[in-house]
Design a protein around this ligand. Sequence first.
Ligand code: NAP
Length: 313
Amino acid sequence: MSRIVALTGATGFIGAAIARRLKAADWQIRALVRPTSRRDHLDGLGLHWIEGALSDPESLRRLVLGADAVVHCAGAVRGADSEDFIRVNKHGVSRLVQAATEQLPKPRFLLISSLAAREPHLSPYAASKRQGEEELAAGAGEMPWAALRPSVVYGPGDKELLSLFRLMYRGVGLVLGPTDARFSMLYVDDLAEAVAQWLKCGNTRQRVFEVHDGQPDGYSWDDLIKTMARVREGRVRPVRISAPFLSILASINFVAAQAAGYAPMLTPGKVRELRHSNWVGDNTLFTRETGWIPLVRLEAGLRRILKPDSRSH
Ligand SMILES: NC(=O)c1ccc[n+]([C@@H]2O[C@H](COP(=O)([O-])OP(=O)(O)OC[C@H]3O[C@@H](n4cnc5c(N)ncnc54)[C@H](OP(=O)(O)O)[C@@H]3O)[C@@H](O)[C@H]2O)c1
């Protein structure tokens, strides 16, 4: 009989990839969904939907009832102020951990955190992801858990990076960070595979793991532009956006978002994340723990999303 996994965030970019991967590994998936969520892109996957929200403890209890594992992928990635992030990324974790620890036997619990949690001082998002990890560690008791800290995740279905990549693919290479900055990347299917491997491995050590695509020192903006030039088989012209200009844009966007009531992505906190020079992760612990090895490096990943019909990858 297949095992049950309770999944949050299945309607989002990463959660949908995790749902597809776990379905292929024969998990029965119980997925939390807000009444307002779009879920038609997951039709046909046979998910068992639980209507609710991270703010609704009763729906979380129904979600985890009798589950063998919980994968908590829902998160706020944009917000107007700290409270928008804390409400979801901290309190959402603690409510779900509480519901999971009430189960007997206790499920394995995997949190999709972020490499941003390594630098909580940089932004309200980063701070809230760190606090989510701390809520998990403090509330889990004996429950086996892990938190994965992916770096920048990209792939089909992503809304945040696709426009930047598309612009680069047309030859305009926006450079939003310092020239000496280095960052790891991770193709979304490799992250979904990491989740599947952790659920399978059976280890009960409670710890935080970094995960990335295996490029040892990550990438610079220059590497990204050169890689894109190979993918498009033409020049990509770097267009450097200065830190002061980016900060002004972020401040305008932040004020506009508060006035118009939308959740902004480009904020002063996001600019501090973009200007940070070291976002390189280290896979060593996670690979040792689970045997997971990422398969898709940046060039192959960009080809998959920008040239899906090409046979070259
Ligand atoms: N994308 C990246 O590069 C990246 C990198 C590192 C870590 N992460 C982490 O990965 C996770 C998923 O990110 P993503 O890029 O897939 O974001 P996404 O596409 O915006 O998906 C977010 C998901 O969380 C759900 N959600 C948000 N608030 C919720 C709430 N209050 N109650 C229930 N569900 C809620 C959303 O549901 P709706 O469909 O209802 O909105 C959606 O399913 C996040 O925890 C993020 O911090 C992302």
